[in-house]
Design a protein around this ligand. Structure first.
Ligand SMILES: [Zn+2]
Length: 111
């Protein structure tokens, strides 16, 4: 499962930054256009965080909206999915500006 390796990556990254301290909560940004299911991340997090510095930590998932730049009319358009047409002119030549990210935004550790 692709979410399992993503979650493991998130946990590894957090542990590296925690310097041995327990992690209380983490904020993870998942773009609407990334092919990642937040519920699956939550599920994997439960399993992968056991016996790590993240055991019992609060996982906050922030969904970020998809935004594209239309190459036909040069305006920004909301993108509900990859390859959706421009909402202004219906054009299909769109470059993704936001919504594909998957990153740890914040880590809160115990003092
Ligand atoms: Zn357009």
């Amino acid at each position: 499962m692709h979410e399992m390796s993503i979650t493991q990556g998130i946990i590894d990254l957090c542990q590296e930054h925690a310097c041995g301290r327990r992690i209380r909560s983490i904020d993870v940004e998942i773009g609407q256009l990334s092919s990642t299911v937040p519920e699956a991340i939550e599920f994997c997090f439960e399993a992968c965080s056991r016996e790590t510095l993240l055991e019992g930590a609060q996982l906050n998932i922030i969904r970020t909206a998809g935004i594209g730049q239309c190459l036909e009319c040069c305006r920004e358009t909301p993108l509900a999915e990859l390859y959706a047409p421009c909402q202004h002119c219906g054009g299909n030549r769109i470059t993704v500006v936001a919504g594909e990210e998957l990153r740890v935004r914040e880590i809160e550790v115990d003092d």
